[in-house]
Design a binder for this molecule. Sequence first.
Ligand SMILES: [Zn+2]
Ligand SMILES: [Zn+2]
Length: 102
Amino acid sequence: MGNESMVDKKLLDILVCPWCLGELDLAEQKLTCRECRTVYVIEDDIPNMLIPEARVFCPLCSKEMEKIGEYACCADCGKKFSMEQRIKGRMIDHAEPYGGKS
Ligand SMILES: [Zn+2]
Ligand SMILES: [Zn+2]
C-alpha cells in the first residue's frame, strides 16, 4: 500500500460520468463531471459512481440540487430536471418548474 492514490490519470481515461457520459476531472478525492457537474466521491481509492450517491449541481445556477426520485431539483432557481436528461443542454431545455418548497 503506497501513499499514491489509485485513482490516477489512466483510470480517469476510462471513467466517464454514468449520467451524461461526460469527461471527469479529479480533484481533492472527488471526480467532477465537466458536462453536467455531478460530483462523485472517492472512498478508499475507489470512485463511487453510483448516481443515487452522487452530488448533483444545477447547470443553471451551480447550486447543489436535491435528488427526488428520478428528478434533480434546484430550490434556488426553481427548476427540476429529469435524471434521464443526460446532457447539460438537454437538461436546460427540458427544465420544469419545481415547486418543492411548500
Ligand atoms: Zn455528467
Ligand atoms: Zn438552479
